[in-house]
Design a protein around this ligand. Structure first.
Ligand code: NAD
Length: 370
């Protein structure tokens, strides 16, 4: 790979810098052992950015994100900034990046790694081998639609209003992301909606069907009501390959899928923008967990979700499937060897901290590359 892939790293707050440190070691390993290096910039976001610039997402960070081919994000927030007014909070850092870069497709894999299939919270027979990708529309729908707000009605009683709005173009572009992904996986998309009771749902189903018929007839398309999908996810999750949903349904179903897999500390995500002239696509990769203030600074955070987010970045932004797979396999082998951070601890396994887990991943990478 040429050395000019531009990468912006935003560690953020709490455990963000701790787990990002382990990714930096993986990057160093790749530079030495696989001759792959990045044009790397580190930037400020969240509380760390508030402390030094007054803004949770300074203009310099947005500009660097625009220049970058991909952004690797840690996590933001913490008690230190909890008392700030809503519109100045660290969490706005990620919202601004998503909005300014037009990141409309949120990809959340739900994968059960074999060594964790027996974790007590899971029913092994249901989830063994689970590998689902949820594609959630992330810039439209009910979280942004107007009108919205709380105001009194004619009787002076308060009424809360949110509006689900989707244009056909918004639906079509995220549907394309789902179909393209399915082609690289098991070639099936389950599109979820409430076409039985929502007008936006009727349009969703129609447009997904049109995109399918026009350009993706080779991919299997299944339409499912979102409530049924929740039940199917809980009872027969392995039937799914790619699940496509609106902002609201994708949000709920991806959390349900995450719960099937065990720990927050294991789950990566990606958020992609549209294809730009010249073929570039803005993209941001982050673990789904937050800054975990309760364990920050103690060296016990699980670095796997952050490292797996880097693997997703290699796969989706740089087409480096082999390297992504190498990292994923290394993590699976570390877990198979019995090492566990506290969040995924099981009886009879060895409890380790962030740095030992990171070192173990490097050791497995070294063996795999030998
Ligand atoms: P959280 O994900 O930070 O933590 C939830 C629980 O999971 C905690 O007990 C934590 O210790 C544990 N946990 C999370 N990641 C872990 C890891 N890698 N290893 C081991 N244990 C881990 O969620 P929260 O407590 O609701 O939020 C804490 C802060 O993070 C808040 O300020 C919140 O706004 C912020 N947050 C940020 C993001 C983001 O940056 N994208 C996402 C969610 C929450």
């Amino acid at each position: 790979m040429p050395a000019n892939k531009k990468l912006l790293v935003l560690p953020g707050d709490g455990i963000g810098p701790e787990v990002m440190g382990e990714v930096r070691r993986v990057m160093d390993w790749m530079a030495v052992r696989r001759a792959i290096s990045f044009d790397l910039t580190e930037g400020l976001v969240g509380g760390a950015a508030i402390d030094s610039t007054g803004s949770p997402c300074p203009d310099a960070t947005v500009a660097a994100a625009r220049r970058a081919d991909a952004v690797l994000f840690g996590s933001v927030g913490g008690p230190k900034w909890d008392k700030l007014p809503f519109d100045q909070r660290p969490e706005l850092g990620i919202l601004r990046l998503r909005k300014d870069l037009g990141l409309f497709a949120n990809l959340r894999p739900a994968i059960v790694l074999e060594p964790l299939a027996e974790a007590p919270a899971l029913r092994a027979e249901l989830v063994r081998g689970l590998d689902i990708m949820i594609v959630r529309e992330s810039t439209g729908g009910i979280y942004f639609g107007e009108p919205r707000g709380i105001s009194p009605n004619a009787q002076g009683r308060r009424v809360g209003v949110d509006t689900e709005v989707y244009s056909e173009d918004e639906i079509a572009r995220v549907a394309r992301v789902a179909f393209d992904l399915a082609r690289k996986r098991r070639n099936k998309v389950t599109s979820v909606d409430k076409a039985n009771v929502m007008q936006s749902g009727r349009l969703w189903r129609t447009v997904v069907g049109e995109v399918h018929a026009a350009d993706y007839a080779d991919v299997e398309l299944e339409n499912m009501y979102a409530d049924n999908c929740a039940m199917q996810l809980a009872s027969r999750p392995r039937q799914f390959d790619v699940i496509l949903g609106s902002n609201l349904f994708g949000d709920l179903l991806s959390d349900l899928a995450a719960a099937l897999t065990g720990s927050l500390g294991m789950l990566p995500s990606a958020t992609l923008g549209g294809l730009q002239p010249g073929g570039k696509r803005h993209a941001l990769y982050e673990p789904i967990h937050g800054s975990a203030p309760d364990i920050a600074g103690r060296g016990i955070a699980n670095p796997c979700a952050q490292i797996l987010s880097f693997a997703m970045l290699l796969r989706h932004s740089f087409g480096m499937e082999e390297d992504a797979k190498l990292i994923e396999t290394a993590i699976e082998r570390v877990l198979a060897s019995g090492l566990r951070t506290a969040d995924i601890m099981q009886p009879g396994r060895a409890r380790v901290g962030t740095a030992v887990m990171g070192e173990a991943v490097l050791r497995e990478l070294e063996k795999l590359a030998a």
